[in-house]
Unconditional design. Structure first.
Lengths: 390, 420
């Protein structure tokens, strides 16, 4: 019997910050990360010299890592992590930072994610993403993520007999959420008819199954509850966190992820269950991935997305609020910031700072991450249950 | 969903010189060193994957240890049967090569020997079906997989995605550099049978009539052209005239003469051989190469292959024909240089290796000796399959496998064999 996992008592998240996304930017990744850090610190009146811990997630920071960024930023740090886990970066940063604060390794940790999107950044990132991708995926039509997820979606739809309408439902409801977000890439309403009739990008994926690459950055702070209270900052607590990497590696095509392996322990740690969630934020690089996270985290059985989702309202004012800032499908995919967008939005919602799209009486939220299609599937998965302070 | 059917390749149209020739873009070149290894197998048409002998499973993508037991892996020929389990028709790509060739069909094949592999899809295959996988070089001369229903089927090459991976003579114009060589006539006949559109038969001293010339002239689609490989201006003039119309060049010239350095040597003969074979290759490459390099993406009859018939003893000297082996070794070395210079053009530098042929200059050599018809047939089959290194006949395959196993041992065998 494995040792019980220690809880995250006494540690909180605060200071959710997003820089409004831009389709293209001639600024560097450093500029986007530093801008977000500056705005975040200003929003909670924390001075740079009070930050003694830092996590950094970014694709376009290369050849710099968190080390180069640390020197660039001028921060004087006792604790530093580079978290290259793409869409799982937010959950993993939160987990690492929470333990560091809990153990006294650092007092206030800034967790940053962001990327620039210069005119050719997207192709450059894809064409040298990983050895596996260079050897075995990119040469096959160079569809990039669209191609790999098309195969994954095709397999999923055949195996579970899932109609495109289910994925359309996710995209359409998120679009109405995004209409209330400053800097969202998508600014016009989307109907299910428009989703279904849009041109194909990589069958069975159509235009509105795919994210728009853009520049942007997201961040939050991790500190002790005591510190947050002293500074009178609104915060959220961590009920449970999980991460799992390279699960089900021998599945011929991915149709499940590490969440499934952690599901029971995760909800036991959290002391609550899926129906208790007031909102959920999933990693939505493609709608099928959101569905997979909901299934594997226990919101409904595998393959039964249509029954569960089609009768619900997934908008911020609905009965199953999902990706309340529009997610990447409507806000845009700002590289590694895509691994933070749901987490930052959850902190915003659970601290009552979501403005016009505030979910009523939001106390408990689930955030889920999915990262790094190194070859044909996402390797990293993670999830957290957060609770607003009462 | 994809239209599945037997759509045929378009017929080539007469080139309009006022229109821009499509730039010869190629698919991604970048591979890890392990990934590059696969191109060596694809070049020879072998279907090899990294294999764990402890788990008895093939793995993919290439890696440095077995993902089940962490044992070291060895490349091994494995079965190419599998099932197509997912597909997609790509409509967009940020890579220019694919962008210009959309829609492009890809799929996931689960091989019976273990791994799932992403592959190009032949138009004849559908999800759920059993498929055969082939390992091919693409226009970047890097290895990719393609799935078909049946590789040997009649119209299998009538597929635009497969056409990109092969150097099929169908619809193409072919120059035979020395049609009087033993393989010349056999090749001209076989190329006509493979539906080459036009065959230029290079002939030096055409006033010197013989039966081969008469036979060539009697063939459909064959045009005799003046080409003397020992004369730079002859090569230059022909290149100026037809260089832009040569889609496949097959260099057939040979001059096998027995003798080494001390025994039966003649510097005059060696010098002639060198001029014709080595410098001749350089003349051909330097005059025809640039035009071919510019036409690597010129429609259905783009320039596709610069082929040389080489003695397999280019790999290791056969002292009975010592100076002859040396000339072929020099051409082999030059072909490697040409491969580098052609990289990025989509034109493949193909070498076809043979042992001694059934001809007068090998009269005192024991069999097996290669029949020119067999040479022609296997060479064309190699082009249709998209090979880069074609080993034709028992001797060539034997010497090549010994060379790959241990080059030094082959040298000892070849140089000491006469004293048994």
């Amino acid at each position: 019997m494995a040792q019980a996992r220690a809880n995250y008592e006494g540690v909180v998240l605060t200071a959710p910050m997003s820089l409004p996304y831009q389709r293209f930017s001639n600024q560097s990744a450093h500029w986007w990360l530093l801008g977000c850090l500056r705005e975040m610190l200003a929003s909670v009146a924390v001075r740079p010299d009070e930050i003694d811990g830092l996590t950094v997630s970014s694709f376009t920071l290369h050849p710099d890592s968190a080390v180069g960024f640390a020197q660039h930023s001028g921060l004087d740090l006792r604790w530093l992590e580079h978290i290259p886990m793409g869409g799982a970066s937010g959950i993993v940063a939160l987990q690492r930072a929470a333990r560091a604060v809990q153990c006294g390794d650092a007092n206030i940790i800034a967790c940053l994610a962001g990327d620039t999107n210069q005119l050719d950044s997207f192709r450059q990132t894809l064409s040298r993403f990983s050895n596996f991708s260079n050897d075995a995926a990119w040469p096959d039509g160079s569809g990039g993520a669209n191609g790999y997820f098309a195969l994954l979606t095709d397999y999923y739809m055949r195996r579970f007999d899932t109609p495109r309408e289910v994925f359309g439902k996710i995209a359409v409801d998120q679009r109405s959420n995004a209409l209330l977000l400053e800097g969202a890439m998508m600014t016009r309403p989307l109907s299910l008819e428009a989703y279904l009739s849009a041109r194909m990008i990589a069958s069975p994926l159509g235009l509105f199954d795919c994210v728009m690459p853009c520049a942007g950055s997201e961040s939050f702070l991790v500190m002790s509850e005591e510190t947050a209270r002293q500074r009178q900052l609104p915060f959220v607590r961590i009920k449970a966190v999980m991460e799992h990497h390279n699960a089900f590696a021998s599945d011929p095509v991915q149709f499940r992820g590490g969440w499934q392996k952690e599901q029971d322990r995760f909800w036991r740690d959290a002391g609550c269950s899926p129906p208790d969630m007031n909102l959920i934020q999933t990693y939505d690089d493609y709608p099928v991935i959101s569905v997979m996270q909901m299934e594997d985290l226990g919101f409904f059985p595998k393959g039964e997305a249509a029954d569960f989702l089609m009768s619900r309202d997934l908008t911020w004012q609905g009965d199953f609020p999902h990706n309340t800032s529009g997610g990447q499908l409507s806000a845009g995919q700002a590289g590694a910031a895509g691994g933070f967008i749901g987490l930052v939005e959850a902190v915003r919602q659970l601290t009552g700072q979501a403005g016009k799209r505030q979910v009523a009486a939001a106390r408990l939220g689930l955030v889920s991450g999915f990262g790094m299609v190194n070859y044909d599937r996402g390797v990293c998965s993670g999830a957290a249950v957060l609770e607003g302070a009462v | 969903m994809a239209e599945i059917g037997e759509s045929r390749l378009p017929q080539p149209v007469k080139k309009n010189p006022q229109l821009k020739t499509a730039a010869p873009l190629v698919p991604p070149l970048r591979r890890s060193r392990l990934g590059l290894r696969l191109a060596g197998f694809a070049a020879r048409g072998e279907f090899c994957l990294p294999f764990c002998s402890a788990c008895e499973k093939a793995v993919w993508p290439p890696r440095d240890a077995c993902p089940t037991c962490l044992a070291e892996l060895a490349w091994q020929e494995v079965g190419n049967q599998g099932q197509l389990i997912a597909e997609s028709v790509l409509e967009t790509s940020p890579e220019l090569y694919f962008r210009g060739r959309m829609p492009w069909r890809i799929g996931t094949v689960r091989l019976a020997c273990g791994p799932s592999i992403m592959a190009h899809l032949h138009q004849q295959v559908q999800v759920g079906e059993q498929v055969e996988m082939g390992l091919h070089l693409d226009k970047a001369q890097r290895a990719v997989f393609m799935a078909y229903k049946n590789r040997e089927g009649g119209s299998v090459n009538e597929d635009s995605q497969l056409r990109e991976l092969t150097s099929d003579p169908k619809y193409r114009r072919v120059l035979i550099s020395d049609a009087r060589s033993p393989a010349g006539l056999a090749l001209a006949k076989a190329l006509a049978g493979a539906e080459a559109r036009e065959i230029f038969a290079g002939v030096a001293e055409s006033w010197r009539r013989d039966a081969v010339l008469d036979a060539l002239e009697a063939l459909d689609h064959v045009t005799l052209v003046p080409l003397d490989l020992t004369d730079s201006s002859s090569v230059k003039e022909l290149a100026a005239e037809i260089g832009g119309k040569v889609d496949i060049l097959i260099h057939t010239a040979d001059q096998p003469r027995p003798g080494g350095l001390l025994d039966g040597s003649s510097l005059t003969i060696a010098q002639e051989m060198q001029d014709r074979l080595v410098t001749g290759y350089m003349r051909l490459a330097s005059h025809f190469g640039p035009a071919m390099r510019g036409r690597g993406a010129d429609g259905v009859n783009s320039a596709t292959a610069f082929v040389t018939i080489l003695s397999v003893y280019a790999h290791a000297n056969w002292p009975s024909y010592g100076t002859h082996s040396a000339c072929h070794a020099a051409v082999y070395s030059l072909s490697q240089c040409l491969r580098s210079e052609m990289l990025g053009s989509g034109v493949r530098v193909v070498n076809a290796y043979t042992g001694p042929l059934e001809q007068d200059w090998y009269e005192s050599v024991l069999p097996p000796k290669l029949d020119p018809q067999r040479l022609a047939r296997d060479l064309i089959k190699g082009l249709q399959q998209g090979l880069e290194d074609i080993y034709i006949g028992d001797v060539a395959r034997d010497v090549a496998s010994r060379f790959r196993e241990d080059a030094k041992l082959l040298e000892i065998e070849l140089t000491g064999g006469a004293r048994e």
